[in-house]
Write a protein that binds this ligand. Structure first.
Ligand SMILES: Nc1nc(C(F)(F)F)ncc1COP(=O)(O)OP(=O)(O)O
Ligand SMILES: [Mg+2]
Length: 205
């Protein structure tokens, strides 16, 4: 993957959308997202067969638009349907183990400090997600908003490593995240709830 692939990283699960999720995803793909992550969370999250079916439908749409399709947390599902990669957090399996399972695929890791960043980079992650930059409504167990200070430091320490910012990012504050050194922004609500996704996506770049 290229760093520029992270420019507008849309993340979505069925709980994030008022409208039909696949309609939202196709509109977002048509409107120019550059990366997609299926993050199925919450009380009514799809599971089992219905999750697999939904994931396959998302994967088909992403293939049509030549956008990488990443699955959050669910390593088994990502392997089973041959997703383009997986995103894991600090509570998931160690990066070295994930890296081995996903040879040649994309592995993203959430990091919050120098140590986690070092382990992710040395463990072979393809990109890191840093956040939450701002307060977020999309992650119930999110850490407090950290601002851009750690992101800026990570960029100083790893000048060429792919970094995406996440957490409460909107068209109003995306430029601050990019100025701090992120290659792109990861968003859920800003795109899910947008009335004009093409305009929103252009304002996130
Ligand atoms: N899902 C994510 N995607 C990104 C990405 F880099 F892709 F923007 N960064 C961070 C997260 C958060 O990941 P995690 O800490 O495991 O929590 P959750 O499983 O609730 O998402
Ligand atoms: Mg996770």
């Amino acid at each position: 993957m290229k760093r520029s692939d992270l420019a507008v990283y849309f993340i979505m699960g069925t709980e994030n959308c008022k409208d039909e999720p696949l309609v939202v995803l196709e509109d977002a793909l048509k409107s120019g997202i550059t990366f997609f992550q299926l993050r199925e969370k919450g009380a009514n999250a799809l599971t089992g067969e219905s999750l697999e079916k939904f994931a396959l439908a998302c994967q088909t749409l992403c293939k049509e638009y030549n956008v990488p399709f990443i699955i959050n947390d669910n390593v088994q599902l990502a392997l089973k349907i041959n997703a383009d990669g997986v995103h894991v957090g600090q509570d998931d399996a160690p990066i070295a183990q994930i890296r081995e399972q996903f040879n040649g695929k994309i592995v993203g890791v959430s990091v919050h400090n120098d140590e986690e960043m070092k382990v992710a980079v040395e463990g072979g992650a393809d990109y890191v997600g840093i956040g939450p930059i701002y307060e977020t409504q999309s992650k119930a167990d999110a850490k407090p908003a950290a601002g851009v200070s750690f992101l800026s430091k990570a960029r100083r320490d790893y000048q060429d490593f792919p970094i995406v910012g996440i957490g409460g990012i909107t068209t109003e504050n995306a430029s601050e995240v990019l100025a701090a050194g992120a290659d792109g922004v990861a968003v859920i609500s800003a795109i899910c709830q947008s009335a004009d996704r093409r305009e929103t996506i252009n304002l996130l770049k």
